[in-house]
Every structure is written in C-alpha cells, then in structure tokens.
Design a protein around this ligand. Structure first.
Ligand code: TRP
Length: 331
C-alpha cells in the first residue's frame, strides 16, 4: 500500500511563480508516489482574511490554480477543509490533549507577542484564538487522514512536530495506536525564486509575478524587474542576475547556456535579457493560464470537483473519528 501524503494550502493570496516552484510543482511530483490528499485550508485563512468576498474569491482561485497546474482530482483527493466537519470535531477533541504551554511556544504566536511587547502594547493585542490554536486545527487536518508525510516549507515544520506531540499524547493516554503520528517532509532542494526586487518572491514583499497574469501584465511585470546600472556593452554575470535566475526555472539547458554566453560576451542590455525571460515564462504559463481561465469560467464544475473530493475525504475522516470516540468513551 502506498504511504499517505497530505498538505494544506492556505488561500490567503493569489498564486504566484514562487508558489508554483516552491509548493505546487514539488507537491504534484510527490503525488505520483503517494496516496495524496491536498486541501484548501479555508478556515485557517479566516484568521486573517475577514472580507467575505475576498475569501470566497481566493478559495476559488487557489483551487482552480492547483487544478490548472496539473493536480488530477481522480488521483489526488482534493477538497475544502470547510467541507469536512470531522476536522472540527477532531480539533475539539485534540484540544483536551494539547497543553496551553505548547501553543505559547508556536513561532507565529510568539512573533505576534514579541511585536506587541516591542511596541509596549498588550502582549496579546490583535491575537485571536484562531491564531493561538492554529496548530491544533492543523494537527486535526493532518491526523484525521492518517497522514504519513506532510510536505511543507521550513516555516511549517514546528506545526507538524506539534501534531506529532498531540497524536502521541492521545496514544499514550489510551495505551493504543489510536492516531497515526505524522512526519514532516521538507523540500530542501527547492529553488528560491527571486522576486521583482531581487528578494525572495513573497506576497508580503509585494514583489510577486502572479501565475495567471494576463500576457500583457506578465510582460509589464517582467520589464519592471530591478537591474543594476551596467551598460549594454558591459559583460555581465548571469549568476548574480535575478533575470537569469528566473530564466533558469523556465528555460532548457541549451537555452540557459546560450543566454549565459550572451551575458558574458557583453553587448546585451537588460531590456533584451528581459525579453528573453518573458518569452520562456510565457511559453510555460500560457497553457496554464488558459486552463485556469476555463476552470474559473465554470464555477459549478469547480464546486462539483471539490464536492466529490470532500465525499471521498469524509469516508476516511469518519473512520478516524469513530476510532477516537471509541477510545475516548464517547461512542
Ligand atoms: N499552515 C499551513 C500554511 O500556512 C497550511 C496548512 C493548514 C497545512 N493545515 C495544514 C499544511 C495541514 C500541511 C498540513 O501553509
């Protein structure tokens, strides 16, 4: 039997090229070898996205984005967290096994407290219980589906470790393997995608290239990439140029070698390098964009796909909940 891989996708921003190389592509590659369960963590997003229209738009766009990028809902169980009521039941049960002290140590909560203390504010100013108990809901997401591995970025490893602690606390209490203890799978080799300003591409820096930007906007964004003041004639170093680092993600080995040679020879200005970059980015993203637009144009079909995923997911979830209720004497 294949091992189970599960990951959650928080719909707090539209997908960009950094998400594509950092999360989407690695997760889709992993889904070939695992029994994969990928879901839209909409109740996690509610902690920060409080505008209803914005949240419902993001849920759709992010779901459509993963499908457009190649997620096959016949092979991957793909659903919305909010469609699985068992998640919230399990989360409540896990609360009884989660020390408050454990939550006090969560990085995101600690960072919020530190920022408040720095401003001589109340330490818990602006912290809602959703943020404070975020790791418990995430543990429920993971444990509910008997996950073996959880592919995540480095920033989420602590959360997976907390899920381990919580599952172990349950098993220890009932002296039985009631819940499966998950492992984090960190994608170390994933390239850091540079943003328009040269820093890591991230929504919080406002330096992203959206994955499904219309062709015209895509071109404009690429033309806005910050460069140094080297003139056209000067030889240039490809490895320190964010244009080239982005190019490497999209171009073939031959194309990379050819452009690197033009950098080193001199005689090529930044504008020309950007045109080359646009050509390869647009070549890869055009089919994705077309698929994304087609999915977004048929919201009923998208809802149906997610509902079918939720149905499959709930069958698994129900079994975990019965196991736990029985162990706990709430059957
Ligand atoms: N916390 C994750 C993030 O911010 C999203 C998430 C929610 C998740 N539930 C999960 C990831 C379960 C892995 C497993 O990116």
């Amino acid at each position: 039997m294949k091992k189970i891989a599960l990951t959650g996708i928080k719909p707090t921003g539209i997908l960009h090229i950094g998400n594509y190389f950092g999360a989407i592509k690695p997760a889709l590659a992993l889904s070939a070898d695992y029994d994969a369960r990928y879901f839209i963590a909409d109740y996690h997003a509610l902690n920060t996205v409080k505008d209803a229209k914005e949240l419902s738009g993001l849920i759709r766009q992010v779901a459509a984005g993963w499908l457009a990028a190649g997620l096959d809902p016949e092979r991957v169980i793909f659903y919305r967290q909010s469609a699985i009521p068992e998640t919230f039941e399990l989360s409540t049960a896990l609360m009884a096994f989660t020390g408050k002290g454990l939550m006090n140590r969560a990085h995101a909560y600690k960072a919020a407290v530190q920022a408040n203390t720095g401003k001589a504010d109340d330490p818990d100013a602006g912290v809602n219980m959703g943020l404070f108990t975020y790791p418990v809901l995430m543990a429920a997401d993971i444990i509910l589906f008997d996950s073996d591995v959880v592919p995540v970025g480095k920033d989420q490893v602590q959360h997976v470790e907390m899920a381990q602690d919580i599952a172990q606390a349950v098993n220890f209490n009932y002296k039985a393997e009631v819940l499966k203890v998950p492992q984090a799978a960190v994608q170390e080799s994933v390239a850091v995608v540079p943003g328009l300003d040269g820093r890591k591409m991230s929504k919080s820096y406002g330096n992203t290239i959206p994955l499904f930007a219309p062709e015209k906007d895509l071109r404009k964004l690429i033309m806005r990439i910050v460069t140094n003041s080297q003139g056209v004639e000067e030889p240039k170093d490809p490895e320190t140029s964010q244009i080239f680092l982005l190019y490497k993600l999209f171009a073939t080995a031959d194309e990379q070698a050819a452009l690197a040679a033009r950098y080193r020879e001199g005689g090529m200005g930044w504008g020309v390098a950007k045109e080359e970059l646009f050509r390869v980015v647009n070549r890869e993203l055009t089919p994705l964009r077309e698929k994304f637009n087609a999915i977004m144009a048929d919201p009923k079909a998208l809802d149906e796909t997610l509902a079918q995923g939720a149905e499959k997911a709930r069958r698994i979830a129900g079994q975990t909940i019965s196991r736990l209720r029985k162990a706990a004497g709430i059957d």
